[in-house]
Design a protein around this ligand. Structure first.
Ligand code: IPD
Ligand code: CA
Ligand code: CA
Length: 262
């Protein structure tokens, strides 16, 4: 019974994901309106809104009473124990500049715990999916984090906020420490893709300060189901509502925590 309910949920999740991604594909090479949000470089395009509308339409059709938390519309709150956490475009700055590293990200929480997550980059045709306890997949192939145990041989990825925020762990200082260790540190511009690429073993670790639940929800479950570890910067159990995210293959987690907290 539960299985078929989850199958139905998965079906809706994937249809919603594709409905959003269709909008990204439709407008990528064309013209669209771009606006700044709270800061000059924190952008929203009309495609973010079109993608969001298309996603919510699919979900509402099947599950009219579910709670929705989506970046551009905010909370559409109900008393449901199921919450859809949506980023209609993760990597909007990339999208607005014609850089094909962007995606749609949707996580589904049930009773406060992530049950399913999916991230789709239509420009690389990469669909990442995970269900709690059932593993993580890239285009239906099982995913596993990397085996690297040595932080000195790690390939890392991070991101920086668009607005300077005073934080205890200065993002530039932490970045500098990893760079001075001689490590390759990438900045792709889409936290959801960063997380999925850790799950796929392309990166050994990712850290970022000040993300929002819609950036992380799906990717968090995808990493966990691929055998990785996600915590805050104290190494404590993670919540997508946390402001500190450290996601690794598990084997270099302690060493990364050490460098972040130096
Ligand atoms: C952003 C991306 C970026 C991260 C920013 C996010 P958006 O999301 O995930 O990688 O560094 O903090 O805001 O605005 O493109 O949805
Ligand atoms: Ca985002
Ligand atoms: Ca977004």
């Amino acid at each position: 019974m539960e299985t078929s309910l989850n199958e139905q949920l998965k079906n809706t999740l994937l249809r919603a994901l594709h409905a959003g991604a269709d909008q990204l594909k439709k407008y990528f090479d064309g013209t669209f309106e771009i606006q700044s949000k709270d800061t000059l470089n924190n952008l929203v395009t009309e495609v973010d809104k079109k993608s969001e509308t298309a996603i919510i339409e699919v979900i509402r059709d099947e599950y009219p009473n579910d709670f929705i938390l989506s970046e551009e519309v905010g909370e559409l709150s109900t008393d449901s124990n199921v919450k859809w956490i949506i980023d209609p475009i993760d990597g909007t700055v990339n999208f607005a500049n014609g850089i094909p590293i962007c995606c749609v990200s949707i996580g589904v929480e049930k009773d406060g715990k992530l049950l399913m997550g999916a991230v789709f980059n239509p420009f690389m045709n990469e669909l990442f999916f995970a269900e709690k306890g059932k593993g993580a997949f890239l285009n239906n192939k099982p995913l596993k984090v990397s085996e690297n145990k040595n932080v000195n041989a790690a390939c890392l990825v991070t991101g920086f906020p668009y607005r300077w925020v005073e934080v205890a762990k200065d993002p530039i200082a932490v970045f500098e420490r990893f760079i001075r260790m001689g490590l390759p540190v990438r900045r792709l511009g889409s936290a959801a893709i960063d997380l999925c690429w850790v799950a796929a073993g392309r990166f050994d670790g990712f850290w970022e300060y000040n993300l929002n639940p819609w950036d992380i929800a799906a990717g968090y479950l995808i990493i966990e189901e691929a055998g990785g570890t996600v915590t805050n910067f104290k190494g404590e159990p993670y919540s997508v509502y946390d402001k500190e995210t450290l996601a690794t293959n598990g084997k270099i987690h302690e060493e990364m925590l050490h460098v972040i907290n130096e």
